[in-house]
Design a protein around this ligand. Structure first.
Ligand code: THU
Length: 155
C-alpha cells in the first residue's frame, strides 16, 4: 500500500498542506447570512488538491456547503473515485477571517456526499476536522462519521 511507504513526518506535512488549502478557501466563503465561513480541501490519489467554500443564498435553503462545492469540482475533474482525504475548517467570520476553537465536522448531507466517493472507490475516505485556530485537528474515517450508510448497493 503506497501510504505505508510514507513516513509519519510526510503524512503530517501533507495534512498540513491540505489544512492550509482549506483555510485559504474559507477566506472566499460567501456567508453573509450565517456569518460562518467554511473551507474544504480534497486530496486526490495523485496528490492534487481541490478546494471549496460555503456559498449561501438569499433563499437560505439553497446554501451549498464547502465540502459539497469541493466534491462537485472533483466530479467535473472525473476524480470522485480518487478522493482520499478531505480537510474541513471553519468558524465565525470576524474582519474577513474565520475564528473559533471548535472543529467543523461535516453536516449530515455532506457526509452522504463524501460517502458517495467512498462507495465508488471502496476507499474509506479520511475526514480531517479542524478548528479555525487550528488548536483541534481530528482525524476520522467516513465509515465512522456515517455508519450504516445508504449507498449505491442499496439501489
Ligand atoms: N457549512 C458547511 O459549509 N459545511 C458543513 O459541514 C457545515 C455547515 C456551512 C453552511 C452554512 O453556510 C454555514 O456553514 C452555517 O451553517
Amino acid at each position: 500500500m503506497a501510504l505505508m511507504a510514507l513516513s509519519i513526518g510526510t503524512c503530517f506535512a501533507m495534512d498540513n498542506e491540505l489544512i492550509k488549502a482549506a483555510h485559504a478557501a474559507a477566506a472566499n466563503a460567501h456567508a453573509p447570512y450565517s456569518g460562518f465561513g467554511v473551507g474544504a480541501a480534497v486530496r486526490l490519489s495523485d496528490g492534487r488538491i481541490v478546494i471549496g467554500c460555503n456559498f449561501e443564498n438569499a433563499s437560505y435553503g439553497l446554501t451549498m456547503c464547502a465540502e459539497t462545492v469541493a466534491l462537485g469540482s472533483v466530479t467535473v475533474m472525473s476524480g470522485l473515485r480518487e478522493v482520499r482525504t478531505i480537510a474541513v475548517i471553519g468558524g465565525r467570520i470576524v474582519n474577513g477571517a474565520i475564528n473559533g476553537s471548535d472543529p467543523v465536522r461535516p453536516c449530515g448531507r455532506c457526509r452522504q456526499v463524501i460517502y458517495e466517493a467512498a462507495a465508488l472507490s471502496g476507499y474509506d475516505v479520511e475526514v480531517i476536522c479542524v478548528s479555525a485556530d487550528r488548536s483541534v485537528v481530528e482525524h476520522h474515517r467516513i465509515s465512522h462519521l456515517l455508519p450504516h450508510a445508504f449507498g449505491p448497493d442499496a439501489l
